[in-house]
Design a protein around this ligand. Structure first.
Ligand code: G6P
Length: 602
Protein backbone atom coordinates (compact mmCIF):
# COMPACT_ATOMS: atom_id res chain seq x y z
CA UNK A 1 0.00 0.00 0.00
CA UNK A 2 2.55 2.51 1.15
CA UNK A 3 5.94 2.76 -0.51
CA UNK A 4 9.30 3.97 0.77
CA UNK A 5 12.24 5.49 -1.02
CA UNK A 6 15.74 6.41 0.19
CA UNK A 7 19.13 7.54 -1.05
CA UNK A 8 22.60 7.91 0.35
CA UNK A 9 25.67 8.73 -1.73
CA UNK A 10 27.48 11.58 -3.43
CA UNK A 11 24.68 12.95 -5.61
CA UNK A 12 21.82 15.29 -4.72
CA UNK A 13 19.42 12.98 -2.91
CA UNK A 14 16.15 14.86 -3.31
CA UNK A 15 15.51 14.37 -7.06
CA UNK A 16 16.35 10.65 -6.80
CA UNK A 17 14.05 10.06 -3.82
CA UNK A 18 11.22 12.05 -5.44
CA UNK A 19 11.65 10.10 -8.65
CA UNK A 20 11.56 6.90 -6.59
CA UNK A 21 8.24 7.93 -5.08
CA UNK A 22 6.78 8.82 -8.46
CA UNK A 23 7.81 5.51 -9.98
CA UNK A 24 6.16 3.64 -7.10
CA UNK A 25 2.95 5.66 -7.10
CA UNK A 26 1.03 3.42 -9.53
CA UNK A 27 -0.61 1.51 -6.67
CA UNK A 28 -2.40 4.62 -5.39
CA UNK A 29 -1.64 6.89 -2.42
CA UNK A 30 -3.14 9.84 -0.64
CA UNK A 31 -0.21 11.80 0.83
CA UNK A 32 3.57 12.00 0.67
CA UNK A 33 6.56 13.29 2.57
CA UNK A 34 10.33 13.47 2.47
CA UNK A 35 13.21 14.17 4.76
CA UNK A 36 16.50 15.45 3.43
CA UNK A 37 19.77 15.60 5.34
CA UNK A 38 22.70 17.86 4.70
CA UNK A 39 25.18 17.31 7.48
CA UNK A 40 23.40 18.04 10.76
CA UNK A 41 20.64 19.95 9.09
CA UNK A 42 17.49 17.84 8.54
CA UNK A 43 14.48 19.22 6.68
CA UNK A 44 11.12 17.42 6.59
CA UNK A 45 8.33 18.36 4.15
CA UNK A 46 4.93 16.67 3.87
CA UNK A 47 1.80 17.20 1.79
CA UNK A 48 -1.59 15.56 1.45
CA UNK A 49 -2.92 14.69 -1.98
CA UNK A 50 -0.86 14.30 -5.13
CA UNK A 51 2.93 14.25 -5.30
CA UNK A 52 2.66 17.57 -7.16
CA UNK A 53 1.51 19.14 -3.89
CA UNK A 54 4.74 18.00 -2.25
CA UNK A 55 6.75 19.20 -5.24
CA UNK A 56 5.11 22.62 -4.97
CA UNK A 57 6.10 22.87 -1.33
CA UNK A 58 9.67 21.95 -2.23
CA UNK A 59 9.92 24.51 -5.04
CA UNK A 60 12.34 27.40 -4.48
CA UNK A 61 13.60 25.92 -1.25
CA UNK A 62 16.83 24.77 -2.82
CA UNK A 63 17.13 21.82 -0.45
CA UNK A 64 20.52 20.22 -0.89
CA UNK A 65 21.87 17.11 0.75
CA UNK A 66 23.06 13.67 -0.11
CA UNK A 67 20.90 11.50 2.09
CA UNK A 68 17.15 11.48 2.08
CA UNK A 69 14.13 9.29 2.73
CA UNK A 70 10.62 9.58 1.33
CA UNK A 71 7.21 7.96 1.54
CA UNK A 72 3.87 7.76 -0.19
CA UNK A 73 1.01 6.80 2.09
CA UNK A 74 -2.27 5.01 1.64
CA UNK A 75 -4.14 5.77 4.86
CA UNK A 76 -4.86 2.83 7.13
CA UNK A 77 -4.49 3.99 10.75
CA UNK A 78 -5.76 7.57 10.95
CA UNK A 79 -7.16 9.86 8.29
CA UNK A 80 -5.44 11.63 5.39
CA UNK A 81 -3.78 14.49 7.24
CA UNK A 82 -0.30 15.95 7.30
CA UNK A 83 0.14 14.82 10.90
CA UNK A 84 -0.48 11.22 9.81
CA UNK A 85 1.90 11.46 6.84
CA UNK A 86 5.40 9.94 7.00
CA UNK A 87 8.24 10.60 7.84
CA UNK A 88 7.67 10.47 11.59
CA UNK A 89 10.10 11.76 14.15
CA UNK A 90 10.90 11.21 17.78
CA UNK A 91 10.54 13.72 20.65
CA UNK A 92 14.00 15.20 20.05
CA UNK A 93 13.57 15.49 16.27
CA UNK A 94 16.64 13.32 15.97
CA UNK A 95 15.29 10.13 14.41
CA UNK A 96 13.10 10.08 11.26
CA UNK A 97 11.39 7.06 9.82
CA UNK A 98 9.31 5.97 6.82
CA UNK A 99 7.46 2.67 6.95
CA UNK A 100 5.52 0.30 4.74
CA UNK A 101 3.51 -2.32 6.62
CA UNK A 102 1.43 -2.49 9.78
CA UNK A 103 2.60 -2.45 13.39
CA UNK A 104 0.05 -4.74 15.03
CA UNK A 105 0.91 -4.03 18.65
CA UNK A 106 1.21 -0.28 18.17
CA UNK A 107 -1.49 0.61 20.70
CA UNK A 108 0.20 -1.38 23.42
CA UNK A 109 3.60 0.18 22.55
CA UNK A 110 2.11 3.66 22.28
CA UNK A 111 0.41 3.45 25.70
CA UNK A 112 3.67 2.30 27.27
CA UNK A 113 5.75 4.97 25.55
CA UNK A 114 3.30 7.74 26.49
CA UNK A 115 3.57 6.62 30.11
CA UNK A 116 7.33 6.88 29.74
CA UNK A 117 6.93 10.51 28.62
CA UNK A 118 6.98 10.27 24.80
CA UNK A 119 4.75 12.66 22.88
CA UNK A 120 2.82 11.47 19.85
CA UNK A 121 1.40 13.69 17.15
CA UNK A 122 -0.34 11.21 14.83
CA UNK A 123 -2.97 8.48 14.91
CA UNK A 124 -0.76 6.06 13.00
CA UNK A 125 0.65 2.70 13.97
CA UNK A 126 4.06 3.71 12.60
CA UNK A 127 4.79 6.52 15.01
CA UNK A 128 5.24 4.07 17.89
CA UNK A 129 8.25 2.62 16.06
CA UNK A 130 10.17 5.87 15.90
CA UNK A 131 9.64 6.54 19.61
CA UNK A 132 10.68 3.00 20.45
CA UNK A 133 13.90 3.49 18.49
CA UNK A 134 14.40 6.77 20.36
CA UNK A 135 14.08 4.90 23.64
CA UNK A 136 17.03 2.71 22.73
CA UNK A 137 19.14 5.28 20.87
CA UNK A 138 22.50 5.92 22.45
CA UNK A 139 24.42 7.21 19.47
CA UNK A 140 24.30 4.15 17.25
CA UNK A 141 21.20 3.92 15.07
CA UNK A 142 21.41 0.28 13.97
CA UNK A 143 21.85 -0.81 17.57
CA UNK A 144 18.69 1.10 18.59
CA UNK A 145 16.75 -0.38 15.65
CA UNK A 146 17.90 -3.88 16.57
CA UNK A 147 16.64 -3.47 20.13
CA UNK A 148 13.35 -1.85 19.08
CA UNK A 149 12.54 -4.62 16.62
CA UNK A 150 12.49 -7.13 19.45
CA UNK A 151 9.34 -5.45 20.75
CA UNK A 152 7.57 -4.88 17.45
CA UNK A 153 4.93 -7.21 16.10
CA UNK A 154 3.66 -6.74 12.56
CA UNK A 155 5.00 -6.21 9.08
CA UNK A 156 7.54 -3.67 8.05
CA UNK A 157 9.85 -2.45 5.39
CA UNK A 158 11.24 0.72 6.88
CA UNK A 159 14.05 3.22 6.44
CA UNK A 160 15.29 5.29 9.34
CA UNK A 161 17.93 7.98 9.80
CA UNK A 162 19.24 9.93 12.81
CA UNK A 163 20.70 13.40 12.97
CA UNK A 164 23.00 12.28 15.77
CA UNK A 165 24.34 9.35 13.78
CA UNK A 166 24.67 11.15 10.44
CA UNK A 167 25.47 9.98 6.93
CA UNK A 168 23.79 6.65 7.55
CA UNK A 169 20.56 4.92 6.57
CA UNK A 170 19.23 1.90 8.43
CA UNK A 171 16.69 -0.30 6.64
CA UNK A 172 14.82 -3.30 8.05
CA UNK A 173 12.33 -5.72 6.65
CA UNK A 174 9.75 -8.25 7.75
CA UNK A 175 7.18 -9.35 5.18
CA UNK A 176 7.05 -6.01 3.36
CA UNK A 177 9.38 -5.74 0.37
CA UNK A 178 12.57 -3.72 0.68
CA UNK A 179 15.33 -3.51 -1.91
CA UNK A 180 18.72 -1.86 -2.02
CA UNK A 181 20.23 -0.78 -5.33
CA UNK A 182 24.03 -0.62 -5.34
CA UNK A 183 26.01 1.75 -7.51
CA UNK A 184 29.50 3.24 -7.27
CA UNK A 185 29.51 5.13 -3.91
CA UNK A 186 25.75 5.30 -3.66
CA UNK A 187 22.79 3.24 -2.52
CA UNK A 188 19.12 3.54 -3.41
CA UNK A 189 16.48 1.95 -1.17
CA UNK A 190 12.88 1.30 -2.22
CA UNK A 191 9.88 -0.97 -1.79
CA UNK A 192 9.66 -1.65 -5.49
CA UNK A 193 12.37 -2.40 -8.09
CA UNK A 194 10.90 0.18 -10.51
CA UNK A 195 12.31 2.92 -8.26
CA UNK A 196 15.82 1.47 -8.42
CA UNK A 197 16.12 0.33 -12.03
CA UNK A 198 17.12 3.74 -13.51
CA UNK A 199 19.93 4.19 -10.98
CA UNK A 200 21.53 0.84 -10.25
CA UNK A 201 21.95 -2.51 -11.95
CA UNK A 202 22.98 -4.44 -8.84
CA UNK A 203 20.23 -5.04 -6.36
CA UNK A 204 19.87 -6.73 -2.97
CA UNK A 205 16.47 -7.97 -1.94
CA UNK A 206 16.45 -7.81 1.86
CA UNK A 207 15.20 -10.96 3.52
CA UNK A 208 12.87 -11.10 6.48
CA UNK A 209 14.57 -10.14 9.76
CA UNK A 210 17.50 -8.49 7.97
CA UNK A 211 18.74 -5.07 9.06
CA UNK A 212 20.92 -3.11 6.63
CA UNK A 213 23.23 -0.29 7.69
CA UNK A 214 24.15 1.87 4.72
CA UNK A 215 26.74 4.66 4.52
CA UNK A 216 27.92 6.29 1.26
CA UNK A 217 30.80 3.81 1.12
CA UNK A 218 29.51 0.69 2.75
CA UNK A 219 26.65 -1.69 3.29
CA UNK A 220 26.36 -4.15 6.18
CA UNK A 221 23.52 -6.56 6.61
CA UNK A 222 22.82 -8.51 9.77
CA UNK A 223 20.11 -11.05 10.18
CA UNK A 224 18.48 -11.42 13.50
CA UNK A 225 15.46 -13.57 14.00
CA UNK A 226 13.35 -11.70 16.50
CA UNK A 227 11.82 -13.84 19.24
CA UNK A 228 8.04 -14.07 19.19
CA UNK A 229 6.54 -11.32 21.30
CA UNK A 230 3.90 -13.71 22.58
CA UNK A 231 6.43 -15.60 24.60
CA UNK A 232 7.59 -12.44 26.30
CA UNK A 233 4.23 -11.34 27.64
CA UNK A 234 3.04 -12.89 30.90
CA UNK A 235 -0.18 -14.82 30.36
CA UNK A 236 -2.22 -13.08 33.02
CA UNK A 237 -1.52 -9.63 31.58
CA UNK A 238 -2.47 -10.84 28.11
CA UNK A 239 -5.84 -12.17 29.28
CA UNK A 240 -6.79 -8.60 30.14
CA UNK A 241 -9.11 -9.65 32.92
CA UNK A 242 -10.90 -12.39 30.99
CA UNK A 243 -11.01 -15.85 32.57
CA UNK A 244 -9.87 -17.48 29.34
CA UNK A 245 -8.02 -16.46 26.19
CA UNK A 246 -10.87 -17.93 24.21
CA UNK A 247 -13.42 -15.54 25.69
CA UNK A 248 -11.03 -12.63 25.22
CA UNK A 249 -10.54 -13.61 21.60
CA UNK A 250 -14.29 -13.99 20.95
CA UNK A 251 -14.77 -10.52 22.42
CA UNK A 252 -12.10 -9.30 19.98
CA UNK A 253 -14.00 -10.62 16.97
CA UNK A 254 -15.41 -7.21 15.95
CA UNK A 255 -11.89 -5.81 16.16
CA UNK A 256 -10.53 -8.68 14.05
CA UNK A 257 -12.95 -7.71 11.28
CA UNK A 258 -12.11 -4.04 11.71
CA UNK A 259 -8.38 -4.75 11.48
CA UNK A 260 -8.79 -6.89 8.38
CA UNK A 261 -10.69 -4.21 6.48
CA UNK A 262 -8.86 -1.14 7.81
CA UNK A 263 -7.57 1.00 4.94
CA UNK A 264 -8.55 -1.62 2.38
CA UNK A 265 -12.08 -0.56 1.36
CA UNK A 266 -12.62 2.00 -1.40
CA UNK A 267 -16.34 2.82 -0.98
CA UNK A 268 -16.61 5.32 -3.86
CA UNK A 269 -15.15 2.82 -6.35
CA UNK A 270 -16.97 -0.19 -4.89
CA UNK A 271 -13.63 -1.94 -4.70
CA UNK A 272 -10.86 -2.87 -2.32
CA UNK A 273 -7.14 -2.31 -2.10
CA UNK A 274 -5.11 -5.39 -1.25
CA UNK A 275 -1.52 -4.18 -1.51
CA UNK A 276 -0.10 -7.70 -1.29
CA UNK A 277 -1.76 -8.57 -4.61
CA UNK A 278 -0.56 -5.50 -6.54
CA UNK A 279 2.32 -7.35 -8.17
CA UNK A 280 0.05 -10.05 -9.63
CA UNK A 281 -3.10 -8.07 -10.39
CA UNK A 282 -2.72 -8.76 -14.11
CA UNK A 283 -2.14 -12.48 -13.51
CA UNK A 284 -5.24 -12.59 -11.29
CA UNK A 285 -7.29 -11.06 -14.08
CA UNK A 286 -6.43 -14.07 -16.21
CA UNK A 287 -7.24 -16.68 -13.56
CA UNK A 288 -10.16 -18.90 -14.54
CA UNK A 289 -10.39 -21.15 -11.52
CA UNK A 290 -9.56 -21.09 -7.82
CA UNK A 291 -8.58 -23.91 -5.50
CA UNK A 292 -8.72 -23.06 -1.80
CA UNK A 293 -6.83 -25.29 0.63
CA UNK A 294 -6.89 -25.14 4.43
CA UNK A 295 -7.39 -27.21 7.60
CA UNK A 296 -9.73 -27.03 10.59
CA UNK A 297 -11.49 -23.75 11.15
CA UNK A 298 -9.58 -22.11 8.30
CA UNK A 299 -11.08 -24.77 6.03
CA UNK A 300 -14.57 -23.68 7.01
CA UNK A 301 -13.67 -20.07 6.29
CA UNK A 302 -12.49 -21.19 2.86
CA UNK A 303 -15.84 -22.98 2.34
CA UNK A 304 -17.68 -19.72 3.01
CA UNK A 305 -15.21 -18.11 0.60
CA UNK A 306 -16.14 -20.66 -2.05
CA UNK A 307 -19.78 -19.50 -1.95
CA UNK A 308 -18.74 -15.84 -2.03
CA UNK A 309 -16.29 -16.25 -4.90
CA UNK A 310 -18.64 -18.25 -7.09
CA UNK A 311 -21.66 -16.05 -6.47
CA UNK A 312 -20.02 -12.63 -6.65
CA UNK A 313 -16.71 -13.02 -8.48
CA UNK A 314 -18.17 -15.53 -10.95
CA UNK A 315 -15.14 -17.78 -10.61
CA UNK A 316 -15.30 -21.54 -10.25
CA UNK A 317 -13.88 -22.29 -6.82
CA UNK A 318 -13.28 -25.57 -5.04
CA UNK A 319 -12.12 -26.16 -1.49
CA UNK A 320 -10.17 -29.03 -0.06
CA UNK A 321 -8.53 -29.87 3.22
CA UNK A 322 -4.75 -29.89 3.23
CA UNK A 323 -4.37 -33.53 4.28
CA UNK A 324 -6.52 -34.74 1.37
CA UNK A 325 -5.35 -32.32 -1.25
CA UNK A 326 -1.69 -33.21 -0.83
CA UNK A 327 -2.39 -36.80 -1.87
CA UNK A 328 -4.85 -36.08 -4.65
CA UNK A 329 -3.88 -35.72 -8.22
CA UNK A 330 -5.42 -32.31 -8.74
CA UNK A 331 -5.95 -31.17 -12.28
CA UNK A 332 -4.52 -27.67 -12.57
CA UNK A 333 -3.33 -25.46 -15.38
CA UNK A 334 -1.72 -22.06 -15.65
CA UNK A 335 -5.09 -20.35 -15.31
CA UNK A 336 -5.63 -21.87 -11.86
CA UNK A 337 -4.75 -19.97 -8.71
CA UNK A 338 -4.29 -21.88 -5.46
CA UNK A 339 -5.27 -20.02 -2.30
CA UNK A 340 -4.03 -21.22 1.09
CA UNK A 341 -5.87 -20.09 4.19
CA UNK A 342 -4.20 -20.47 7.56
CA UNK A 343 -4.08 -18.66 10.88
CA UNK A 344 -0.60 -19.84 11.82
CA UNK A 345 0.87 -20.23 8.35
CA UNK A 346 2.65 -23.31 9.72
CA UNK A 347 0.09 -26.10 9.33
CA UNK A 348 2.05 -28.98 7.83
CA UNK A 349 -0.75 -30.35 5.64
CA UNK A 350 -1.55 -26.94 4.19
CA UNK A 351 2.13 -26.24 3.56
CA UNK A 352 2.60 -29.61 1.86
CA UNK A 353 -0.30 -28.80 -0.48
CA UNK A 354 1.25 -25.40 -1.16
CA UNK A 355 4.60 -26.95 -2.06
CA UNK A 356 2.85 -29.40 -4.35
CA UNK A 357 1.15 -26.51 -6.18
CA UNK A 358 4.40 -24.56 -6.46
CA UNK A 359 5.93 -27.63 -8.04
CA UNK A 360 3.20 -27.43 -10.70
CA UNK A 361 4.15 -23.79 -11.32
CA UNK A 362 0.75 -22.24 -10.65
CA UNK A 363 0.09 -18.94 -8.89
CA UNK A 364 -0.02 -19.45 -5.12
CA UNK A 365 -1.68 -16.96 -2.79
CA UNK A 366 -1.77 -16.99 1.02
CA UNK A 367 -4.42 -15.67 3.37
CA UNK A 368 -2.49 -15.77 6.61
CA UNK A 369 -2.54 -14.28 10.07
CA UNK A 370 0.98 -14.84 11.38
CA UNK A 371 3.46 -12.46 9.83
CA UNK A 372 6.64 -14.00 8.51
CA UNK A 373 5.29 -17.57 8.82
CA UNK A 374 6.28 -20.30 6.37
CA UNK A 375 3.09 -19.84 4.36
CA UNK A 376 3.76 -16.13 3.85
CA UNK A 377 7.32 -16.83 2.80
CA UNK A 378 6.49 -19.63 0.42
CA UNK A 379 3.41 -18.30 -1.36
CA UNK A 380 4.00 -16.00 -4.31
CA UNK A 381 1.73 -13.30 -2.91
CA UNK A 382 -0.65 -12.90 -0.02
CA UNK A 383 -2.97 -10.93 2.18
CA UNK A 384 -2.62 -10.71 5.94
CA UNK A 385 -5.76 -11.14 7.98
CA UNK A 386 -4.31 -8.97 10.78
CA UNK A 387 -6.29 -10.71 13.53
CA UNK A 388 -3.51 -10.30 16.10
CA UNK A 389 -2.11 -13.15 18.18
CA UNK A 390 -4.57 -15.95 18.84
CA UNK A 391 -3.58 -17.97 21.86
CA UNK A 392 -6.52 -20.27 22.66
CA UNK A 393 -6.10 -23.54 20.77
CA UNK A 394 -9.60 -23.33 19.32
CA UNK A 395 -9.57 -20.69 16.62
CA UNK A 396 -12.20 -17.94 16.90
CA UNK A 397 -11.26 -14.38 15.96
CA UNK A 398 -8.88 -15.62 13.23
CA UNK A 399 -11.94 -17.12 11.52
CA UNK A 400 -13.55 -13.66 11.41
CA UNK A 401 -10.36 -12.16 9.95
CA UNK A 402 -10.35 -14.89 7.30
CA UNK A 403 -14.01 -14.29 6.40
CA UNK A 404 -13.50 -10.53 6.10
CA UNK A 405 -10.42 -11.08 3.94
CA UNK A 406 -12.21 -13.56 1.71
CA UNK A 407 -15.08 -11.09 1.28
CA UNK A 408 -12.57 -8.44 0.17
CA UNK A 409 -10.80 -10.93 -2.09
CA UNK A 410 -14.19 -11.63 -3.68
CA UNK A 411 -14.74 -7.94 -4.36
CA UNK A 412 -11.17 -7.64 -5.72
CA UNK A 413 -11.63 -10.50 -8.19
CA UNK A 414 -15.27 -9.64 -8.86
CA UNK A 415 -14.49 -6.06 -9.84
CA UNK A 416 -11.76 -7.33 -12.19
CA UNK A 417 -14.53 -9.34 -13.82
CA UNK A 418 -18.24 -8.73 -14.11
CA UNK A 419 -19.19 -7.37 -10.72
CA UNK A 420 -21.03 -4.08 -11.28
CA UNK A 421 -20.04 -0.89 -9.52
CA UNK A 422 -23.31 -0.87 -7.56
CA UNK A 423 -22.76 -4.39 -6.32
CA UNK A 424 -19.16 -3.61 -5.36
CA UNK A 425 -20.37 -0.53 -3.50
CA UNK A 426 -23.06 -2.49 -1.73
CA UNK A 427 -20.71 -5.21 -0.47
CA UNK A 428 -18.05 -2.71 0.59
CA UNK A 429 -20.59 -0.58 2.40
CA UNK A 430 -22.19 -3.56 4.20
CA UNK A 431 -18.76 -4.94 5.08
CA UNK A 432 -17.77 -1.63 6.67
CA UNK A 433 -20.79 -1.95 9.00
CA UNK A 434 -20.02 -5.50 10.14
CA UNK A 435 -17.71 -4.59 13.07
CA UNK A 436 -20.52 -2.52 14.63
CA UNK A 437 -23.08 -5.27 14.04
CA UNK A 438 -20.67 -7.81 15.49
CA UNK A 439 -20.48 -5.68 18.65
CA UNK A 440 -24.29 -5.83 18.80
CA UNK A 441 -24.17 -9.62 18.53
CA UNK A 442 -21.71 -9.84 21.43
CA UNK A 443 -24.31 -8.16 23.64
CA UNK A 444 -26.22 -11.46 23.52
CA UNK A 445 -23.50 -13.13 25.59
CA UNK A 446 -25.58 -13.22 28.83
CA UNK A 447 -28.52 -14.72 26.93
CA UNK A 448 -26.28 -17.41 25.44
CA UNK A 449 -24.88 -18.17 28.85
CA UNK A 450 -28.46 -18.87 30.00
CA UNK A 451 -29.13 -21.04 26.96
CA UNK A 452 -25.96 -23.01 27.66
CA UNK A 453 -27.35 -23.79 31.13
CA UNK A 454 -30.53 -25.04 29.50
CA UNK A 455 -28.66 -27.29 27.05
CA UNK A 456 -25.80 -28.41 29.27
CA UNK A 457 -27.11 -31.93 29.93
CA UNK A 458 -27.43 -33.00 26.32
CA UNK A 459 -24.65 -35.18 25.02
CA UNK A 460 -25.25 -34.91 21.27
CA UNK A 461 -25.89 -31.93 19.01
CA UNK A 462 -26.57 -31.27 15.37
CA UNK A 463 -25.68 -27.93 13.81
CA UNK A 464 -27.41 -27.21 10.53
CA UNK A 465 -27.26 -24.42 7.98
CA UNK A 466 -27.52 -23.94 4.23
CA UNK A 467 -25.46 -22.05 1.67
CA UNK A 468 -23.28 -19.45 3.44
CA UNK A 469 -24.24 -20.79 6.83
CA UNK A 470 -23.55 -24.42 6.07
CA UNK A 471 -19.80 -23.98 6.77
CA UNK A 472 -20.83 -21.99 9.85
CA UNK A 473 -22.75 -25.05 11.07
CA UNK A 474 -19.59 -27.11 10.57
CA UNK A 475 -17.58 -24.53 12.52
CA UNK A 476 -20.18 -24.40 15.34
CA UNK A 477 -20.06 -28.17 15.73
CA UNK A 478 -16.26 -28.27 15.57
CA UNK A 479 -15.97 -25.60 18.26
CA UNK A 480 -18.37 -27.41 20.58
CA UNK A 481 -16.63 -30.77 20.25
CA UNK A 482 -13.14 -29.26 20.48
CA UNK A 483 -13.58 -27.55 23.81
CA UNK A 484 -16.53 -29.25 25.53
CA UNK A 485 -15.84 -32.81 24.29
CA UNK A 486 -19.54 -33.22 23.50
CA UNK A 487 -20.58 -35.02 20.36
CA UNK A 488 -21.57 -32.47 17.72
CA UNK A 489 -22.03 -32.79 13.97
CA UNK A 490 -22.46 -30.11 11.37
CA UNK A 491 -24.73 -30.78 8.42
CA UNK A 492 -26.16 -29.01 5.45
CA UNK A 493 -29.85 -28.55 6.31
CA UNK A 494 -30.96 -30.43 3.21
CA UNK A 495 -28.82 -33.44 4.04
CA UNK A 496 -30.52 -34.36 7.33
CA UNK A 497 -33.20 -36.40 5.58
CA UNK A 498 -30.52 -38.56 3.97
CA UNK A 499 -29.57 -40.26 7.20
CA UNK A 500 -28.93 -38.09 10.24
CA UNK A 501 -32.67 -37.61 10.92
CA UNK A 502 -32.68 -41.21 12.20
CA UNK A 503 -30.91 -39.98 15.33
CA UNK A 504 -33.31 -37.17 16.17
CA UNK A 505 -35.42 -37.42 19.30
CA UNK A 506 -36.09 -35.22 22.33
CA UNK A 507 -32.56 -35.88 23.60
CA UNK A 508 -30.75 -34.84 20.44
CA UNK A 509 -31.04 -31.05 19.98
CA UNK A 510 -30.23 -29.11 16.81
CA UNK A 511 -28.81 -25.64 16.45
CA UNK A 512 -30.28 -24.27 13.22
CA UNK A 513 -28.73 -21.23 11.58
CA UNK A 514 -31.51 -19.68 9.58
CA UNK A 515 -31.11 -15.98 8.86
CA UNK A 516 -33.72 -14.38 6.59
CA UNK A 517 -31.86 -15.08 3.34
CA UNK A 518 -32.39 -16.84 0.01
CA UNK A 519 -32.56 -20.28 1.67
CA UNK A 520 -34.62 -19.32 4.70
CA UNK A 521 -37.77 -21.17 3.53
CA UNK A 522 -35.70 -24.28 2.91
CA UNK A 523 -34.28 -24.11 6.39
CA UNK A 524 -37.79 -23.79 7.82
CA UNK A 525 -38.71 -27.07 6.09
CA UNK A 526 -35.64 -28.74 7.59
CA UNK A 527 -36.55 -27.45 11.04
CA UNK A 528 -40.04 -28.82 10.59
CA UNK A 529 -38.61 -32.24 9.77
CA UNK A 530 -36.81 -32.14 13.11
CA UNK A 531 -39.80 -30.91 15.07
CA UNK A 532 -41.94 -33.67 13.57
CA UNK A 533 -39.55 -36.12 15.26
CA UNK A 534 -39.70 -34.41 18.66
CA UNK A 535 -36.31 -32.80 18.21
CA UNK A 536 -35.49 -29.66 20.16
CA UNK A 537 -34.31 -26.69 18.07
CA UNK A 538 -32.33 -23.61 18.99
CA UNK A 539 -32.47 -21.19 16.05
CA UNK A 540 -30.16 -18.37 15.02
CA UNK A 541 -32.44 -15.99 13.11
CA UNK A 542 -32.55 -12.43 11.81
CA UNK A 543 -33.85 -9.71 14.10
CA UNK A 544 -37.52 -9.02 13.45
CA UNK A 545 -38.36 -12.63 12.61
CA UNK A 546 -41.02 -13.29 15.23
CA UNK A 547 -42.64 -16.09 13.22
CA UNK A 548 -39.81 -18.50 13.91
CA UNK A 549 -40.60 -18.43 17.63
CA UNK A 550 -43.74 -20.45 16.92
CA UNK A 551 -41.69 -23.23 15.40
CA UNK A 552 -38.61 -23.64 17.55
CA UNK A 553 -37.78 -23.96 21.24
CA UNK A 554 -35.32 -21.09 21.52
CA UNK A 555 -34.16 -18.25 19.25
CA UNK A 556 -31.20 -15.93 19.30
CA UNK A 557 -31.03 -13.07 16.87
CA UNK A 558 -28.44 -11.49 14.62
CA UNK A 559 -28.86 -8.11 12.91
CA UNK A 560 -29.69 -7.92 9.22
CA UNK A 561 -26.88 -7.76 6.68
CA UNK A 562 -26.01 -8.96 3.19
CA UNK A 563 -26.49 -12.72 2.87
CA UNK A 564 -22.81 -13.40 2.11
CA UNK A 565 -21.76 -11.56 5.27
CA UNK A 566 -24.18 -13.30 7.70
CA UNK A 567 -21.56 -15.91 8.72
CA UNK A 568 -19.56 -13.12 10.35
CA UNK A 569 -22.46 -12.53 12.73
CA UNK A 570 -23.97 -15.99 13.20
CA UNK A 571 -20.66 -17.65 14.01
CA UNK A 572 -20.05 -15.30 16.95
CA UNK A 573 -23.11 -16.76 18.69
CA UNK A 574 -21.87 -20.29 18.07
CA UNK A 575 -18.43 -19.46 19.43
CA UNK A 576 -20.06 -18.06 22.57
CA UNK A 577 -22.33 -21.10 22.87
CA UNK A 578 -19.38 -23.51 22.69
CA UNK A 579 -17.48 -21.41 25.21
CA UNK A 580 -20.24 -21.25 27.81
CA UNK A 581 -21.02 -24.96 27.43
CA UNK A 582 -17.37 -25.75 28.09
CA UNK A 583 -17.30 -23.44 31.12
CA UNK A 584 -20.25 -25.34 32.59
CA UNK A 585 -18.60 -28.67 31.87
CA UNK A 586 -15.35 -27.54 33.46
CA UNK A 587 -12.97 -28.42 30.64
CA UNK A 588 -9.56 -26.91 29.99
CA UNK A 589 -10.91 -24.39 27.51
CA UNK A 590 -7.73 -22.76 26.23
CA UNK A 591 -5.83 -26.04 25.97
CA UNK A 592 -8.29 -28.80 25.12
CA UNK A 593 -7.02 -32.33 25.47
CA UNK A 594 -5.29 -33.98 22.50
CA UNK A 595 -5.26 -30.78 20.42
CA UNK A 596 -2.57 -28.31 19.35
CA UNK A 597 -2.80 -24.75 18.17
CA UNK A 598 -0.55 -25.26 15.23
CA UNK A 599 -0.23 -28.75 13.81
CA UNK A 600 3.21 -28.78 12.26
CA UNK A 601 3.30 -32.53 11.73
CA UNK A 602 1.44 -34.60 9.20
C1 G6P B 1 -5.37 -26.80 14.50
C2 G6P B 1 -6.09 -25.82 15.41
C3 G6P B 1 -7.35 -25.27 14.73
C4 G6P B 1 -6.99 -24.67 13.40
C5 G6P B 1 -6.25 -25.66 12.50
C6 G6P B 1 -5.68 -25.01 11.26
O1 G6P B 1 -6.11 -27.97 14.38
O2 G6P B 1 -6.44 -26.45 16.64
O3 G6P B 1 -7.96 -24.31 15.57
O4 G6P B 1 -8.15 -24.24 12.75
O5 G6P B 1 -5.13 -26.22 13.20
O6 G6P B 1 -4.71 -24.10 11.64
P1 G6P B 1 -4.20 -22.90 10.77
O7 G6P B 1 -3.13 -22.27 11.63
O8 G6P B 1 -3.63 -23.47 9.51
O9 G6P B 1 -5.34 -21.99 10.52
Amino acid sequence: MCRVSGYIGKKEALPIVMDGLRRQSYGGYDSSGILIGAGFNLVCVKAVGKLENLEKKLENRNLKGNWAIGHIRWASHGGVTEANTHPFWDCKKNIYLVHNGIIENYQELKDKLIKEGHQFISETDTEATVHLIEKYFQGNLEEAVRKALKEIRGTYGFIVIARDDPQKIVAARLSSPLLIGINQDEYIVASDPTAIAPYARKIINLDDYEIATITPNDLFIIKEKVPEILELIPEVAEKAGFPHFMLKEIMEEPEAIENAIRGRLIPEEGSVKLGGLDSVSQKLREVKRLILVACGTAHYAARVGEYMLEEYAGLPAEVDIGSEFRYRKPVVDKETCAVFVSQSGETADTLAALREMKEKGILTLGITNVVGSSQTRETEVGVYTRSGPEIAVASTKAFLGQLATLAMFTVYLGRQREMALVMGKRIVSELSKIPELAREVLKSAPEIKKLAKKYRDFKNFFFIGRKYNYPVALEGALKLKEISYLHAEGYAGGELKHGPLALIDENFPTIAICPSDSVYEKMVSNIQEIKARNGRVLAVATEGNEEIKKLVDDVIYIPKTLEMLTPMLSVILLHLFAYYMAVLLGTDIDRPKHLAKSVTVE
